[in-house]
Ligand binder design. Structure first.
Ligand code: AMP
Ligand code: MG
Length: 412
């Protein structure tokens, strides 16, 4: 069996290349109520319902005036008042005139700026004067009509995921429902003779299947619909059975059984099913045995799969690095690549000259600096250490790293 173990960058590039090939996917669409749209991927863009803002909007409490009138000597005459929720019905603001205005109110005709109330002084004579030395530019404290978006303009493209900002904007555009892609079905198969489910009491030599739950949670968070299949024993029959059950899914995730052991049969079973492998390992730690490929579907097309190393931290790291971008693409998202942030190491760390390491780490930040430190762990099976981390620090293939060095972090 030909193995292909690639550098991290190459593995990611391979995934992104295939991800680009499935965008935009011919996915089914449906309408969802805006209050249920969080995390959904837009199938149809949201357009501005009208000019936004729909009128020249004051951003301050103060006085709508003609900016050219501003001088210390020249008092202004107040001709009325306008508040948010009404239009100024009086005449256009003329020379040396002012209309009292509240934040969010439409700026009356004739005025081109708003003098902040803090910069104005109302005399006993009822006249308005500008406080010493203040000047006012044309347009100051006014957002012109249509400055944020013109009526009909695309404000959220399709392929963007609805988060808080998108939901607020959609509401602003009057969209009570959004047209979204149906979540892709992601089949999850945990493999291993030692695994038991949560409803079974584990014998001392048995391990609970935690990966299926972690994977299901990450699938859901990335916009997929998780289908947890039964645990597959380390036998060809069990694996064949699961592969058949997963054949109609949009993406297949297998955990365990991809190392070099005698009972690591996942690659063998996939190959038997006609799989094409893009890589069968990556020079990363944890996660080196990770596998990426696709099998032909009976109905035409391909079913992409990932074989994830069974150790729980490897599973999570490989999901975040490789599965998430592919899943986002299949879900219809246009932005799919993992996002890294930068931080400074707060302690020295040992590296490894051969592999890129992704170690569970704690990112801490105060207003002045962002630092990261590795969580002490017992290796990639250490779920307790993993749960103390809030991300994975990236250590490129090198011997050592010293406190203060800038490194990248993959946040959870
Ligand atoms: P494998 O990749 O099959 O060689 O498994 C590597 C390690 O991960 C072994 O210690 C397994 O017991 C453990 N492991 C495999 N699958 C799971 C799973 N679904 N949940 C928790 N641990 C697992
Ligand atoms: Mg195993």
């Amino acid at each position: 069996m030909s193995e292909r173990v690639v550098e991290f960058e190459e593995a990611l590039a391979e995934v992104l290349r295939h991800a680009a090939g499935v965008t935009p996917p011919p996915r089914e669409q449906k309408a969802v109520a805006l209050q249920d749209a969080e995390g959904r991927v837009l199938a149809v863009p949201v357009r501005a319902e009208r000019d936004q803002p729909p009128f020249a909007r004051s951003t301050r409490d103060g006085y709508a005036i003609r900016s050219a009138d501003v001088s210390e000597e020249q008092p202004l005459r107040i001709i009325g008042s306008v508040r948010a929720g009404e239009m100024w019905r009086g005449p256009a603001v003329g020379d040396c005139e002012a209309v009292e205005i509240m934040t969010g109110a439409p700026v009356p005709e004739g005025a081109d700026a708003v003098l902040m109330v803090e910069h104005a002084e109302l005399g006993a004579d009822g006249l308005l004067r500008v406080r010493g030395g203040r000047t006012l530019q044309s347009g100051e404290n006014v957002v012109p009509r249509g400055a944020e978006a013109c009526a009909g303009a695309e404000v959220i493209p399709s392929g963007q995921r609805a988060g808080v900002a998108e939901i607020a904007l959609a509401a602003n555009c009057g969209c009570a429902r959004l047209q979204v892609f149906v979540r892709p079905a992601v089949a999850i198969v945990a493999t291993g003779d030692e695994l038991v489910e949560l409803d079974t009491h584990p014998e001392p030599w048995q391990i609970r299947n935690s990966n299926s739950y972690a994977l299901a949670a990450m699938v859901r968070a990335e916009g997929g619909e998780a289908q947890r299949l039964k645990i597959a024993q380390d036998s060809m029959e069990a694996l064949r059975e699961r592969l058949a059950e997963a054949s109609s899914a949009d993406l297949l995730l297998l955990s365990g059984g991809v190392s070099m052991g005698k009972y690591d049969l996942v690659e063998v079973a996939l190959r038997e099913a006609g799989a094409e492998f893009f890589f069968t390992g990556a020079w990363i730690q944890p996660g080196k045995p990770v596998v990426f490929g696709r099998t032909p579907r009976g109905s035409g097309g391909w079913l992409y799969f990932f074989g994830l190393p069974g150790n729980p931290v490897s599973t999570e790291v490989c999901f975040r690095l490789f599965v998430a971008p592919m899943l986002r693409a299949i879900a219809g998202q246009t932005e799919v690549a993992p996002r890294f942030v930068e931080a400074r190491l707060s302690e020295d760390v040992k590296g490894n000259a051969r592999v890129t390491r992704f170690l569970p780490a704690i990112v801490e930040s105060d207003w002045m600096k962002v630092t990261v430190r590795v969580v002490p762990w017992q290796g990639s099976g250490d779920l307790a250490a993993n749960a103390r981390a809030n991300g994975f620090v990236v250590l490129p293939s090198r011997e050592g790293f010293v406190a203060g060095e800038r490194v990248r972090v993959l946040l959870r």
